[in-house]
Design a protein. Sequence first.
Length: 532
Amino acid sequence: MDVFPLVGLVAVSAAVAGAARRTPVPAPLLLVAVGLVASYVPGIPEYTLDPHIVLPLILPPLLHTAALESSYLDLRANIRPVALLSVGYVLFATVAVGWLAYELIPDLPLTAALVLGAVIAPPDAVAATAIARRVGLPSRITTILQGESLVNDATAITAYKVALAAAVGEGASWAGGIREFLVAAVGGVGVGLLLMVPLHWLRTHLKEAVLQNTLSLLIPFAAYAAAEQVGASGVLAVVTVALYLGHRSWQVDFETRLQEAAVWKVVAFILESSVFALIGLQLRYVVERLGEYSVAQAVWYAVGVFVLVVLMRFVWSYPATYLPWWLRPRTREREGDMDWRKPLIVSWAGMRGVVSLAIAFSIPLTTEDGADFPARNLVLFLTFTTVIGTLVVQGLSLPPLIKALKIPGRDVQAETLAEAQAQNAASTAAEERVDELMRDESNCLPQALQDRLHTVLERRRNSVWERLGQPNPVTGESADDTYRRLAREAIAAEREVFVRMRDERRIDDEMMRTLLRKLDLEEAAAYREVDD
């Protein structure tokens, strides 16, 4: 097996994604653009999306890490809009886009058109929320988009299976389709519910962080495979387990949490970068296999399908937003006045991604009677152009649209105040507990160490409040930022001494690593991680 193409893909994708962080262009868009250009560069290997790799090996970890970072409580609070988008909209788009594509494209059978509708129905699990976080959308919109992306793949895959059964001649009915959807949905959630408690118990009872994180890496694949084995939705099983583990992550030890966050950040970065590059790299493969359709015809159909996909999301989103608000007084009381700009952003954030392409590539070459699958190559091309079109057109225009609409972003001041209040309450409880323990003679400490305990707690309490204060007139830093910078300089000075002593053979490498780890933990405690 030649591993160089795979290594090259990962290396170049990571480099492009890293470069994108220094540009105003979102990483998914730059990766797709580079992939499009690279697909026609002589000597570049032919990369094809294999659904047998993408769906069971790439989709589970991406969903798992997204669900771990999601808020179960926020998703539960927004269950209505999330369900209307992740289930209602996907089914609506499957039928509406499929039917309209059937009317638009001559000689395209209705069954094949419905397969196309199911394939391009689910928005991407990464692109929209990545852009939403980058432009600072309100947390509720981000939660809704993220919740939709966690579940909609399961709906689309089930709808695709039903449409495909009709297209290849296996027979399908509305009753059978509803039954298959219910089995997939209920079964997937059920498998997740069965696995989540024993998996969490195992995580909390393993004594080594390395073993716990090895288990963490295996969990999404195990949940997906277990659900698919019994005919249920592996996507829903992965999401169910990950939401539970993320909600209870505080019950594992700190070392596991530190390692797990770092491990999954690397895994997600590599997979997301490679996946978007792979999307661009499909251009040559798809165009060369158009068959009986000319490029001009295919492009014309592609523009029509792209417009249908965009319009149908608006057709669904506004009624799905306004009807519950009009019909339910409790919804009006809870959500206040309706802002027309929010469903506009949700509608425009419907970028498609790798799942659509992976499903499209899984369409069989022939039907049950041995005939060629009708318009398979055209369906592949239309899926590809829809993915590219939504990523480029909507992805590039979403940030300026949000800016033009003047949608209020996250209230940083209010969030900092809430953080300060929470930290104050926690520090007060910690001080009371320390004072209680100090009254026990068995916990006797020298006064200097007692003072150090109280100083650490006081420092932790004040650090957040200081971010609310006036910045340094010279540097523009808050007192907390200045403290962190000086602490980092001090730690760096200590680190240099340890390395020099190792080089001088006054301590060995093992001792140096032990001392450096203590410094690393101190630096991690001194610095609050800020996502780019």
